[in-house]
Design a protein around this ligand. Structure first.
Ligand code: SAM
Length: 333
């Protein structure tokens, strides 16, 4: 079955945020340090039911995110159960890597096929400042364990910010020479955070311009990755990829602001408190937790998922100055 929105876009991707707590408090993600939430989050059982119904409607790819997903108790049990759902073609996770040294191998065993690790500095002191307390070495160890657990590809996501970490662009790119990493630069989005977005935002065009002074980056049109059964498949996503000659890894650019890719948007988001968000930027949400707990049937829940698809706006309005209530960690980036 295919799920299409009002603009003819195929919707086959659900990003599931399972927790809004995080063990880091990145300056561009959380406006302030939040210790705990005041609302009840969905149980694993509820999430699994929603995912199963979404798959029946045509969703094929699931990404687990947060907050920090590895902080939620019994995460491996959850992933194991999730991966038993028939029809999930791609099961992935986004993490800050702090707990990866402990979990990399079990995540692989449980059925996670690919991993994205967020890392905004390679300098210990700066990393601690950006994340308000994070220890860089824990992430480095986590990345090493991820290699040992044989994940392929391993993606490192960096949000370059003017005057904060933009002097490290070249260092990140150099990582791709020796290791099969996909280093991806993602534009800073004006979410509910306390950074001055106008002052810190660095468009992809400028990032590329700076990198081209040091490297010859050749465009890579078709990124091959291995799926669970080891078969090479090509994947289309928002990233545009380049490679330094002879490098083992790739350099990617994602520009949600300067060149929005909404015409290719294929996703819905499930928040930890049980709302379906048709668009990351837009405040529209469809409550799925209340009907679920009121005992609504599978068919009624499916109708709500379909409603969320129909409510997808044509494009985001990040350029407007409107106030955004949710911070990224309460949506799932
Ligand atoms: N804790 C996990 C992690 O750090 O990857 C998952 C949740 S985090 C909210 C997911 C991603 O959102 C991270 O890669 C982070 O860099 C990104 N993010 C958060 N706020 C952002 C913003 N204002 N602009 C761009 N990316 C942002």
């Amino acid at each position: 079955m295919e799920l299409k929105d009002n603009y003819g876009r195929l919707i086959d991707y659900l990003r599931v945020s399972i927790i809004d707590w995080c063990n880091l408090h990145c300056v561009y993600c959380q406006p302030e340090i939040i210790k705990r939430t005041h609302y009840e989050i969905l149980s694993y059982e509820e999430i699994i039911r929603i995912v199963r119904l979404a798959i029946q409607l045509g969703i094929k790819k699931i990404r687990i995110t947060g907050g920090e997903p590895l902080m939620r108790r019994n995460i491996i049990f959850f992933i194991t159960e999730l991966s038993k759902i028939d029809g999930i073609e791609d099961l992935t996770i986004t993490t800050n890597g702090i707990l990866l040294a402990k979990y990399a191998y079990s995540l692989k065993q449980a059925g996670i096929q690919r991993l994205n690790i967020s890392l905004d500095s390679l300098q210990a002191k700066r990393y601690e400042e950006i994340t308000r307390g994070g220890v860089l070495n824990q992430v480095i160890l986590g990345i090493e364990e991820t290699f040992k657990a044989d994940f392929n590809p391993i993606k490192l996501n960096i949000v370059p910010m003017k005057g904060i970490n933009d002097d490290e662009l070249e260092d990140f790119v150099r990582l791709t020479i020796e290791r099969p990493l996909q280093v991806r630069f993602i534009e800073l989005m004006p979410m509910n955070h306390n950074l001055s977005w106008e002052k810190r935002y660095l468009p992809v065009s400028q990032i590329k311009k700076r990198l081209k002074r040091h490297f010859v980056l050749k465009p890579v049109s078709d990124v091959k990755v291995c799926n669970a059964s080891g078969i090479s498949v090509s994947r289309s996503g928002p990233a545009e990829y380049y490679q330094i000659d002879g490098a083992k890894g790739l350099v990617g650019f994602i520009n949600p602001i300067s060149e929005h890719f909404c015409n290719r948007c294929n996703r819905l988001r499930l928040t930890p408190d049980g709302k379906i968000k048709p668009c990351l930027e837009n405040e529209v949400e469809v409550d799925i937790k209340t009907p679920l707990r009121d005992g609504q049937s599978d068919e009624e829940i499916k109708k709500l998922l379909l409603l969320a698809v129909k409510l997808k706006p044509q494009r985001h309005q990040f350029a407007s100055k409107r106030v955004r209530l949710r911070q990224m960690s309460a949506i799932g980036g």
